[in-house]
Design a protein around this ligand. Structure first.
Ligand SMILES: *Cc1c(COP(=O)(O)O)cnc(C)c1O
Length: 432
């Protein structure tokens, strides 16, 4: 399969190059040249297939022959090596929990899949040693670090702002060791990101280091997110109603993968993009005008994106037709008080603990169900509530428990390198 740049439909790339470069030279996002329909037999038999078989069938046309099928199958197997349970909450409403991976966030799947693919391309010998450089405001860094842990030929360097990530998140970044180094930056997330961008522009550095970013727009992080919708759908297909998925959205990669899954044949009737106060897309669907805005800080901070990159991919999927987009996608936005209120109400009514992102997803679904009949709704729970313990505590008056599988990070030693400016970053990168 070839991928083209959304800025130039005549610029094509292989899967390997798209994974390695992340973004086309003209700054465009990569997009698959065609979307293959799945065989009807596959969809009918979802229940009898393993997670690995489902994942492999869904992803293989995009990877083509660039990774041998037996190797790809192993990558998918490792990627999906945890549970994706559906939990019913109310009549016709359930949640699909995507937080059972090693870092308790749904980004684990994309990060692991990308690490597997990059690991293969390095092993094959086409690519030398690679340094993955990421700036994180919390969740991404942990998922990427964990996904790439121990992958031969790859060094991961994570920049995070000192004092601005939670203790739990800092532990996820700083306790892994091996090929992962955490750099504690004196500054904000924006400073971290600016330093990463400067490194990517730095010609001297590029002479000696092969840098890549494990950004969420990378096709190897975007495409495997389709797996969730297949794994979720097969657990609710017995409800003979129209299925609607509500996706808490920030950079819109996850929901765009859901729309692509539907394009491949998965019978999902409708999608809801649930947003926090960062509501460019919600506004676009109401007015037809897309106006990027600076990101604002909210309780669901992994969704604080003012100009979501993947929205361009959604437009491409629908041939840029506003009316088609509107028929397939609804969007609602909720502020912080509404979010905490939902966390409280759901806890009181059902005993279920939502994290702030899941709460936004829940609210979007409720709003849609108020206006539309005959649906069975699934909202995605994208992070474990323990990652946002303070917010949860304020909303429901108690702290969620840290799951046993991840308790070991609470006692491991934090290791980090303090960095004050770009010069120090460059020196560090030159040395590893
Ligand atoms: C990244 C993230 C999101 C947003 O996903 P997008 O694909 O960027 O829309 C939602 N919730 C959590 C917990 C996240 O980490």
């Amino acid at each position: 399969m070839k991928f083209f740049s959304l800025n130039n439909h005549k610029h094509f790339s292989s899967f390997e190059n798209a994974v390695l470069k992340g973004i086309a030279p003209d700054g465009g996002l990569y997009f698959p040249e065609k979307v293959e329909r799945l065989k009807e037999g596959f969809l009918k038999n979802l229940n009898s297939l393993s997670k690995k078989e489902i994942g492999l069938e869904v992803i293989k046309s995009y990877v083509g022959d660039e990774i041998p099928i037996s190797y790809l199958s192993e990558i998918v197997d490792k990627t999906l090596d945890f549970e994706f349970p559906v939990v019913p909450l109310e009549e016709n409403i359930c949640t699909l929990e995507l937080f059972h991976g090693p870092t308790l966030a749904f980004k684990d799947v994309g990060a692991r899949f990308m690490a597997g693919c990059l690991g293969y391309f390095i092993k094959k010998g086409n690519v030398g040693k690679v340094t993955v450089l990421v700036a994180t405001s919390g969740d991404t860094g942990g998922a990427v670090a964990n996904g790439f842990l121990g992958v031969e030929g790859i060094n991961v360097v994570i920049l995070y702002p000192r004092g601005k990530v939670s203790d739990f998140q800092e532990r996820q970044l700083t306790t892994l060791g091996k090929n992962i180094t955490a750099l504690e930056i004196e500054g904000t997330f924006d400073h971290c990101q600016a330093m990463v961008k400067e490194a990517f522009r730095d010609e001297d550095l590029k002479q000696v280091k092969q840098l890549t970013s494990a950004n969420s727009i990378n096709v190897a992080r975007w495409l495997p997110q389709m797996f969730y919708y297949f794994l979720g759908y097969r657990q609710v297909q017995q409800y003979e109603k129209k299925h609607v998925f509500s996706v808490p959205s920030g950079n819109f990669g996850n929901i765009c993968a859901g729309l692509l899954a539907r394009e491949m044949g998965l019978p999902i009737y409708h999608f809801i993009a649930s947003t926090n106060s960062n509501k460019v897309v919600t506004r676009y669907l109401n007015t037809g005008r897309y106006e990027a805005a600076p990101g604002v800080t909210t309780l669901s901070n992994a969704m604080d994106v003012g100009d979501p990159s993947n929205f361009r991919r959604i437009q491409e999927l629908f041939q840029n037709e506003f009316n088609t987009i509107k028929t397939n996608l609804s969007s609602y936005s909720f502020d912080d008080p509404a979010t905490t209120n939902a966390m409280k109400e759901v806890y009181l009514n059902t005993g279920y603990i939502l994290d702030p992102h899941g709460a936004v997803g829940y609210l979007g679904l409720k709003e849609f169900m108020k206006e539309n009949e005959g649906f069975y709704g699934i909202f995605l729970e994208t992070a474990h509530p323990v990652k946002f313990a303070d917010t949860v505590e304020k909303a429901i008056g108690m702290t969620p428990e840290v799951p046993e599988e991840v308790q070991d990070i609470l006692v491991k030693e934090k290791r980090k390198v303090p960095i004050r400016n770009y010069k120090e970053l460059k020196e560090f990168l030159n040395e590893i």
